[in-house]
Design a protein around this ligand. Structure first.
Ligand SMILES: NC(=O)c1ccc[n+]([C@@H]2O[C@H](COP(=O)([O-])OP(=O)(O)OC[C@H]3O[C@@H](n4cnc5c(N)ncnc54)[C@H](OP(=O)(O)O)[C@@H]3O)[C@@H](O)[C@H]2O)c1
Length: 318
């Protein structure tokens, strides 16, 4: 059990830690939780790479962080997770520009969008949140392998309670699209990917973890309708009855990422799911916390790994 919890902020979690010499690569690093993670890590001396699909937004965010954090070492890189060609180009550019990555923070995400497809024809949420990060991680792995106490942190969500991964139809080709189960599927995939990474690369000193950051008002809710908001409020009320604690601020929302990336006791203990700055219990009932057992199942993780390799046409070598 850590000293941190629901209310802890990114700065509190990083207090007393020195990230000088660490390189952190953060997808979706120009807004919301990614930007706060970038700021907090830069403030502790990390070399931060803000990856984003709009380079102007990335450069603006980097400028803003530099104005807040004196001497911040921040760079930006173009990374559109909705196109495997763009992801591969990002990986190639990163290998040319950077010596290593100690902390790969797979933070970018899209939630409950209308039915859509990535450039490669994958369902938008599965394609962006999972497959985009799957291929990016593969291409950045040679850099991560050079990192010290290297960690891969996958931003999942309590939304993973909404659905498991449908290995027989991940792209909604044979069933009607539903935006919330599709988000749930993609977020379960983020956890299973962490399990798969831990099993394959743990022996190389890489710790892969997944996490739920909390419920935080960010641009993530851009696709939410009035009906969705009513449903969300009801869910939060039910959660409160079940012991849940409501919304977090953005600094609180970035805390579990910073914890997962730097907590010494987590080194070598990959394949776990965190929330509120601690490892969550397996719970197949609660709506207010915990990780579903289907999201940690090693066989499903292996099956998803094989499916993902087949869909993207690339294999990891380990
Ligand atoms: N906020 C919450 O309550 C909450 C709860 C649970 C989990 N999470 C997870 O936390 C992570 C961060 O979310 P957030 O709340 O900080 O939301 P956010 O402010 O919307 O940040 C998400 C980031 O992902 C980027 N992104 C979306 N599609 C992309 C693509 N195709 N290629 C590259 N980047 C892309 C967005 O860029 P654009 O702005 O250009 O689209 C944005 O920078 C997500 O993975 C989310 O699922 C958040």
């Amino acid at each position: 059990m850590s000293e941190f919890g629901f209310s802890s902020t990114a700065d509190e979690v990083l207090e007393g830690k020195d990230l000088t010499g660490k390189t952190a690569f953060i997808t979706g690093g120009y807004s919301g939780l990614g930007k706060e993670t970038a700021r907090a890590m830069a403030a502790k001396g990390a070399h931060v790479i803000v990856a984003g699909r709009d380079i102007e937004k990335a450069n603006t965010a980097a400028e803003e962080i530099r104005s807040e954090v004196e001497g911040a070492h921040i760079e930006t890189i173009l990374c559109d997770l909705g196109s495997l060609e763009a992801v591969r180009a990002c990986g190639e550019e990163a290998q040319q520009r950077f010596d290593k990555i100690d902390l790969l923070i797979n933070n970018a995400g899209v939630m409950a969008c209308p039915k859509g497809e990535t450039s490669d024809g994958f369902e938008m949420q599965f394609g962006t949140n999972h497959l985009g990060h799957f291929v990016l991680t593969k291409h950045l792995l040679p850099l991560v392998e050079k990192g010290e106490d290297a960690r891969i942190i996958n931003l999942s969500s309590r939304g993973h309670h909404l659905d498991t991964v449908h290995l027989d139809d991940p792209n909604y080709e044979h069933r009607e699209y539903e935006k919330w189960p599709a988000y749930g599927q993609s977020k379960t995939a983020n956890i299973l990917f962490s399990v798969g990474l831990a099993n394959r690369f743990g022996h190389k000193g890489i710790t892969a973890l997944a996490l739920h950051p909390g419920g935080i008002m960010t641009n993530l809710g851009r696709h939410m309708t009035e009906e969705d908001l009513t449903w969300m409020r009801k869910r939060m009320e039910d959660n409160a009855k079940d012991g849940g604690e409501g919304l977090k601020t953005i600094p609180q929302g970035a805390a579990t990422t910073c914890f997962a990336a730097t907590e010494p006791s987590l080194q070598g203990h990959g394949g776990q799911y965190l929330e509120d700055c601690h490892v969550a219990e397996v719970d197949d009932e609660s709506s207010s916390g915990g990780v579903r057992s289907y999201a940690l199942d090693p066989k499903t993780a292996d099956d998803l790994w094989a499916l993902s390799e087949r869909l993207v046409g690339e294999t990891f070598s380990n």
